[in-house]
Each structure stands twice: as structure tokens, then as C-alpha cells.
Design a protein around this ligand. Sequence first.
Ligand code: O2Y
Ligand code: MN
Length: 635
Amino acid sequence: MSCMLLGVLRRHGSVGAGVGLRSLASVPSLPPSVADFVKGAVDECKPSNVHVVTGTAEETATILAGLEREGMVKRLPKYENCWLARTDPKDVARVESKTVIVTKNHRDTVPIPAGGAKSQLGSWMSESDWQRAREERFPGCMTGRTMYVIPFSMGPVGSTLSKYGVQVTDSPYVVASMGVMTRMGTPVLNKLAEGVEFVRCQHSLGRPLPLTAPLVNSWPCNPDKVLISHLPDTRQILSFGSGYGGNSLLGKKCFALRIASRIAKDEGWLAEHMLILGITNPAGVKRYVAAAFPSACGKTNLAMMKPSLPGWKVECVGDDIAWMKFDSHGKLRAINPENGFFGVAPGTSDKTNPYAMATIAKNTVFTNVGETSDGGVWWEGLDAPPAGVTLTDWHGKAWKPGTSTLCAHPNSRFCAPAGQCPIIDPLWESEEGVPIDAIIFGGRRPEGVPLVYESFNWQHGVFVGAAMRSEATAAAEHKGKVLMNDPFAMRPFFGYNFGDYLAHWLSMQRRGAATQLPRIFHVNWFRKDPSSGAFLWPGFGENARVLEWIFRRCGRQAEDEAARRSAIGWLPVDGAIDTKGLSGGVDMGALLDVPKTFWQQEARELRAYFSQQVGADLPAQVEAELRALEDRVHN
Ligand code: O2Y
Ligand code: MN
């Protein structure tokens, strides 16, 4: 067996073949803890080569050229340095059913549901089952392939809020994508040499060479054996069988949410599934808000919003994840731990998100989108291509508008550097994070839930986050839409017991200064007119009108002329939301209505959910908030 390992380890770069893997014992220049981790992974996975990633542009170009030769990506000549990957159709999204948290006790991971029901708040695997699963998957899994060693930072290298990781992977596509989504390479290795902690991330596609069956679309994966496992106690992630998105770019959901939420609990901060944006009013006053939305609520669109209100400006700090910590003055500060956007392509257009369109115009990896005959990309929601330009769908087949199938996969993605966003916030990489004045929870609620309301206080705000629900497309066999509980938009991403997570959120109040605590809001852009089924609110840039009310509420007394108390929280008074210039007009009465019978039913369903899914782990303060809501909606 030949390998590049020893030289690589000496120089933090790849070297010529011919160095025996046995020499690994004397890894001189990788920091010792990193060398130990890599050695363990090499012993288990048995790659033929090892390449320590430096993160230079030349290295990325070489990796992309290799991917192109293997047919895993193709260049998109219409744009500068853009690439298209088509996956095996069996590997197109995060696989929640194969995602587990491994802890000693079941209850460390999830509350134990009543009556033997299955937990919807995460999946636990015992240590012994996990050991067996690991032994069935990883030994020899990288035979014939190169193991890439990716030192990466979540957050700017050196920031006090940043955390580090090392991912070993046999997927060069993952290396190229991690190079966009994280800070990766030699600067991080230098940081690791200072002895800082790092999360150990081991990823394999699970298709050693020689292949025993042909690949589909030249995309190696092993769908029958997918397992995405997290060991929060030892800060480890082991992912097998998928090369896609959240399953394989381990800095994202696995580290920045599941493992980080546990680190955050241990260290007294918050790792959340939230966008961060800055909003400036016409007088030049700026505030930052963090916002949590379940999928399909337009999170990336809000993060990069073009406000319709004259004189207002939104700037983007991040579109998906926020790490937040109270500073020594008791002000909550947030960083976006990521370095790029891994956004859903379909529906993104100059109409819905012009800044995202500008962001992805160069240096972007597209996955499972359609392709145009002039070397560009296409997906549902874009204008039809000009006459003479033909389309190829995400399977690589000729496709025509009007066909019953989709051109782009609904979960097709762009992976683009955040720094390319035209409205990236000037402080998006600031060392201490941006000061957060408001936290917004949201959901897709066709009925009963007003456009916006504010919680009475922090504890009530935690209850509002815990009570989040959103309309989602049901599993294929049920069809149609269902309301899903998605507390804090974290349902697939909790790294530990949700009851403990709530207790942690409640405890955070003590770390903040009373006058500096962010105000907590709930928004719903998706309420419908019950008779016509049409949306009552235009959404997109017009959401700035709601942000304006939120902006005004921050820094004011709870009781002020812009708000009135209701059974569920503070609501805007008549006229407090600026509707001037809204074409077609809107029915603010219908948008802000809080129907008693609806909320009585909502409270009943919440009680059933909490008692079934959270049971004895529900903190008394959250139970008290539920009882208080029940009292208010029945009086
Ligand atoms: O399907 C995937 O692997 C991507 S999941 C994802 C990607 C970017 C932002 N958010 C998400 C999510 O599932 O919340
Ligand atoms: Mn997300």
C-alpha cells in the first residue's frame, strides 16, 4: 500500500506516493491530538492516501478538476468558477430517520414519550448498538480512496465565540463544499497547534474501491447503510453512507447545531437554528435580530430581505445558524458560525431574493438543479429560458417546461460564499459578535395565528418558542399538509433532551442584564383568508413593515401606544403596522385577529403534545406558562 500520509503530515500538504502508512506513528507536524485522531481514522478506514487540506485556491481548483475527471461535477461555463453536481437519486437530503445521538442513557438524548410513543425530538442509540453499527460500516470503508483531513473553524478563526473541528472524509466534493461553508485549512491547523479543543468528525461515503456495483451519476454513496451519529459526551461525529448536505458537511447541522447545542449547554450559551440580520431605520439607527423558522418559511429570503419601506435597510449576518452568548455587560451577542450559504435553489429568483441571486453568480457549487444548454443553471421559480436554450433536468435527462416531473430536485441546493452576498453585514465576521435586540420565532400557520405578537417576558418567550408549529408537506402516503410541532425550529437538531434545553433557555435570563434582554416575538407570514384560501399578507420585502414594529418595540416599555395586551401576547394596535403603499391593501383586522376558540384548541393540542412528548422533563415554568395561556383564552 502506498500513501502520501507521512509527508502530508510533515508539511500540512500532500506529497508524492510511496510513503508507507505504517510510518504514521511518527507524525511530526500535525498537532499531537490531531495526529492521534487521524491515525485512528486511518487504522479503521484504511484509505490508500491521506491528504491534509490546506485550503488554498490552487488546492480547491485541483480537487474540482479531479471531481470533473471522475464525472462527479461539471463546469458551468456561463458563470465564473461554478459547478454542477448530480447525486445518486437515493442521496438527495438529510436523512432524519438515520440520524442518532449516542449517550449512556436514553433520557440524556430525548424525553421518554408517554405510552411507548416514538419521540419526535430526536433519536437515541445505545453505546453498544452504536459500537456494533460502527463495526459494520467503517472498517476498510476508504480502501482505494484518499482520506482528506479538513481542519475547519466554525466562526472566524481566533474569535472567542468560534469552535474548531477536524473532518476526515473520502469525498472530494465534501472538501470543496466545506471550503465554502467553513473556514478551512492551514490557519485552522495553526490554531489547533495551540492545543485548542476540536470536534472529531469522521465521514465516509461507504463505497470502497474496487466497486462491487456501478455508481449512479458517478456519485458514490451507500444509501442502505446511512448512519449519521453524534457522541456529544466526547464531541464526536461519525457519518456514513451519504455524500449530501447536512449528512456530510459535518460542520453544519451535526456540529454547529447538535454537538454545539450540547457544548453551549455545558458552557452557558446558545447554539440555535436561527438567521441573523441587521436592520437600519431611515434615521440610521441599527438593530440586530435573530430568527428561527422551520423549513419552507422563507428563512434565507428574510435573511437577505430587500425592504419595501423607503429608507430602511436590511443586512445579512447569517441565514441558518446563530451562536449566541451574553457578554460581560449582559447583552446577547451572536455570530454566524458558517462561511457560506447552502440554500434551497427552487423558488429563489430575482423576485423572491435578488441578493441571493447575486451571491450565487460565481464560485458556487450547485447540486441537483437543472442545466441550460448555454452552460447555466435553472430551477422552478425562474423565468423560462430564452428561445433556443434547452433544459436538462437533475437526472441529466432532456426536460421541457410543462412536463409533469420537476426540472430541479425540490431540495436542490446552491453552496456559495457568504462574503459574496451584496448585503453582507459589515460586522458579519466581528470577533465579539453582533448585539441582539430581538429574537423572532415563526411558523407557517394558515389559521388563527396573528401576523406578529410579542411575548410578555423572557419566560413567556421560551414558551412561545417551545410551542412553535408549522405547516409541512406530509409524508407521501398521507399527502396534503399537516401541522408539525417544531419547537425553536430545532426538532431535527437537538443535541440533548428537549426538557433540559428548555431549562437551559430559561436559565439564560439570569446571564443577561434585565434591561438588555432581547425581546421575543412570533411572526406568521402565511395566514390565509378562510373563504378564498388566499394569503392575507404579501410577504417578502413587505415583511419589513413587521420588522419595523418589532424595531420600535425594542427599547420601549412593554406598555406603549403601539401595542395592546391580548391573551397570547402584545399585539400591534390599529395603525401601528405601516400599510401605506401596499398594493391591493391588506385586511389588518383579519391578520391580527386572535380567535378564542382557535386558541383554546391550540392550548389543548399543546398540552397533549407536551404531556406526550416531554412529560416529566417539561420545566415547571413552561407548564406554568401553558396554564396561564389556558386561563387567558378561557376568560
Ligand atoms: O438536505 C440537506 O442536507 C440540507 S438541510 C439544510 C441546509 C441548509 C440550511 N438548512 C437546512 C435544514 O435542514 O434546516
Ligand atoms: Mn436550516
